[in-house]
Design a binder for this molecule. Structure first.
Ligand code: ADP
Length: 391
């Protein structure tokens, strides 16, 4: 069996016809850098965004072609409207509608899907998944991922079947937080089996690309990866799928919020003023796309000295509760700053499962109870909605 190389992948891809149905996609310069890691092959095809939907068969043909190579376990092909960075790709003339690369560290607003038509208000549901909830924050480092994972485990502790989708494509943290390593198994070469961690079904970009792989994902590619992780994974029957959103409230997050059929969103904030301003942006973002904000969680709310029990309100505790009230949002709970939360998180042992009797685990379970109650309430309201009586 010959070793799987970039050249072999490109050779195989040169059998796939491009949009003109004459030249092949490699000669047309549509193939981005090819990333090969542990049997997984990832690349993008640059297309005119206006033709993205019509060119889906080309994407599938490229995926199938690479799938046939020896040693390939998974293929992830994204359609992108911009030429991905990286040195490996052939020198390609940018397609007519190529977009400017975004500034480093910024997500570019993806082009409208569906050939440039207006986006649907809500994406279609995921079969078997009853409700999808986003965990979002206005900025990074506020404990959004820690909250997402403990919320998921809290929901599970309350008797629900739960999955976690790590949508933080630039900084996936679920493999580390849940202590999961390895690669998802393909199912009939088309879909992927989610990974398992503490009874949760989990999918993350971190399982598909190496941590030190240069992130070639940009705007539209991010969307494509998210869509694949959402819809090409055998999630099974879940009561709830918790989505750990990328931090921030930019256009990319907005589009993500629109592409995922969300039952609601939980906003995580620290008590600092700045973070609260960001939290407000989060609220506005979800309002824009018509996703109900289930409430706000104040993280790193206060510090209780483990030795003397004294409580220090390092960041001026309580701001989130007040802010939530002002904005008409529910307050879902406050999680104190705690050394053990951090240590256990970093060791892949979330506190809800590794120390279920702790005060913190209890707080997360209560937050989970509140979140689930709000989802059920939302569903029953939706069911009870319009009744037309003609007398
Ligand atoms: P985000 O997803 O918002 O970037 P993380 O969940 O990765 O944030 O958390 C950032 C850091 O803060 C991590 O090291 C995490 O362990 C730590 N952390 C989060 N919440 C708490 C808490 N309540 N107490 C102590 N450390 C925390």
């Amino acid at each position: 069996m010959s070793e799987l190389t970039r050249e072999l992948v490109l050779e195989q891809l040169s059998r796939v016809k491009g949009p003109d149905l004459e030249s092949n996609i490699v000669d047309l310069g549509l193939v981005s850098e090819v990333v090969i890691a542990n049997g997984g092959v990832t690349f993008a095809l640059t297309v005119d965004p206006a033709r993205a939907q019509e060119l889906e068969p080309m994407r599938e043909a490229a995926e199938k072609a690479v799938q046939q190579l020896d040693g390939v376990e998974r293929v992830m092909v994204a359609l992108t409207a911009e030429k991905a960075g990286g040195s490996g790709g052939p020198a390609a003339p940018p397609p007519q509608a190529a977009r400017q690369a975004p500034p480093p560290g910024n997500l570019a607003p993806p082009p409208p899907m569906g050939g440039g038509q207006a986006q649907p208000q809500r994406a279609a549901g995921v079969p078997g998944v009853k409700a999808i909830v986003a965990v979002a924050s206005g900025k990074g480092g506020v404990g959004k991922s820690t909250t997402a994972v403990n919320l998921a485990l809290g929901l599970q502790a309350n008797g629900l079947k739960v999955g976690v989708l790590d949508a933080d494509i630039y900084g996936p943290s679920m493999p580390r937080l849940l202590g999961i390593s390895g690669r998802p198994e393909p199912v009939q070469g088309k879909t992927l089996k989610p990974m398992q961690g503490y009874g949760l079904n989990v999918m993350s970009m971190g399982f598909l690309v190496e941590e030190d792989t240069p992130m070639i994902w940009r705007g539209p590619m991010v969307m494509s990866a998210l869509t694949q992780m959402l819809r090409e994974v055998e999630w099974g029957d879940l009561d709830i799928l918790v989505v750990d959103m990328p931090p921030g409230t930019g256009d990319a997050q907005l589009t993500m919020a629109q592409q995922v059929p969300l039952a609601g969103a939980v906003i995580v904030s620290t008590p600092q003023d700045l973070a609260l301003i960001d939290a407000r942006k989060g609220l506005n973002m979800f309002r824009k796309v018509d996703v109900p904000v289930l409430g706000i969680v104040e993280n790193m709310s206060y510090f209780e000295c483990p030795k003397c029990g004294e409580r220090s309100e390092i960041f001026g505790h309580g701001g989130a509760r007040l802010e939530a009230e002002k904005l008409g949002m529910d307050f879902l709970g406050e999680v104190p700053l705690d050394m053990e939360v951090r240590l256990r998180s970093d060791q892949g042992q979330p506190i809800v499962v590794s120390k279920p009797d702790s005060m913190h685990a209890g707080i997360y379970r209560d937050i989970a109870t509140a979140v689930w109650a709000k989802i059920e309430q939302g569903e029953s309201q939706a069911r009870a909605a319009p009744k037309i009586v003609i007398e």
